[in-house]
Design a protein around this ligand. Structure first.
Ligand code: SF4
Length: 279
């Protein structure tokens, strides 16, 4: 079948750098730990695990060796705890996430109540919240009720949010009546480019595939956006998960992939799809 691949998709520079750093660290040290999955992609996590990377949920469980900080970053408390235990730190936090952490601290120092638009359960958001004092996270306009209207507000955003959601939330904030609002756009350009390319492509095809981890925020956002424009959108991790029945009667497929989806997963999916003859 005919297959078109999004102009921009797959690994972003932040994830690629984190994986390169993990691979290098694994050649330098035989006890390397990642605090939580290094990226939200099972294939890549399994590959690095086979190379010796241990994923742990708590620093308590590490006695010696190197702790790799994933691209989502870590909180100040976690970094302190790692240092106190005398463990070595290799920091693979994406530079764009570090920028968000720095902006949050600056806004806090300037006396703003800092608010992050995003998903409070996401590791990047947790790391930003844990990098400064008194931060709040808002995900929906209803969450704005928990903000103190008498404070001046500093607004930032999870890097992988969609520009539309950011704009909707900023509009809702501006209707609340704060006397001063400072908004810093902390969206990731790489994520925005992937979303634009995915929406453009899904409008041209009969069926759209979004490849990537089911826990990956940026992949889920890609799938949500594509579903809005093409109901025949499927979010899956790899070729093995594809139910071929969804290809029936389709002539043209589109493929995109989240920022943490390895190139070989995308290449294998496209190759197999191209040689598939739907019923
Ligand atoms: S999606 Fe953007 S912010 Fe997240 S790791 Fe990649 S480059 Fe960095």
């Amino acid at each position: 079948m005919k297959v078109l691949v999004a102009e921009k998709c797959g690994f972003c520079p932040g994830v690629r750098a984190a994986i390169n750093l993990a691979q290098k660290t694994l050649t330098d040290d035989d006890r390397v730990y990642s605090l939580g999955h290094i990226i939200h992609n099972e294939d890549m996590v399994n590959q690095l695990s086979e190379a010796g990377l241990s994923t742990v949920e708590s620093i308590e469980t590490i006695d010696s060796g190197t702790v790799l900080i994933r691209s989502h970053g870590a909180t100040l408390a976690e970094l302190d705890q790692i240092r106190e235990k005398g463990l070595k730190i290799v920091d693979a936090t994406c530079v764009l996430v570090k920028r968000v952490q720095k902006i949050a601290r600056q806004l806090n120092d300037e006396g703003y109540e800092v608010v992050m638009i995003g998903d409070e359960g996401h590791p990047e958001v947790k790391a930003v919240v844990g990098s400064t004092d008194n931060m709040k996270v808002v995900g929906t306009p209803e969450d704005l009720d928990k903000l103190n209207l008498s404070k001046k507000l500093g607004v930032i955003c999870q890097t992988t949010e969609s520009p539309d959601h950011f704009a909707d939330m900023v509009a809702a904030i501006s209707r609340k009546g704060f006397s001063e609002i400072k908004i810093i756009n902390t969206l990731c350009r790489e994520t925005m480019d992937r979303q634009t390319a995915a929406v453009k492509l899904c409008r041209q095809v009969d069926v759209m595939f979004v490849l990537g981890g089911l826990r990956s925020a940026n992949t889920r956002k890609l799938a949500e956006l594509c579903k809005k424009h093409n109901h025949q959108t499927y979010h899956l991790q790899n070729w093995a998960e594809l139910d071929k029945n969804c290809l029936s009667g389709k002539a043209m497929a589109g493929v995109t992939a989240g920022a943490s989806t390895p190139d070989d997963v995308v290449a294998e999916f496209v190759r197999n799809l191209e040689s598939f003859e739907p019923a």
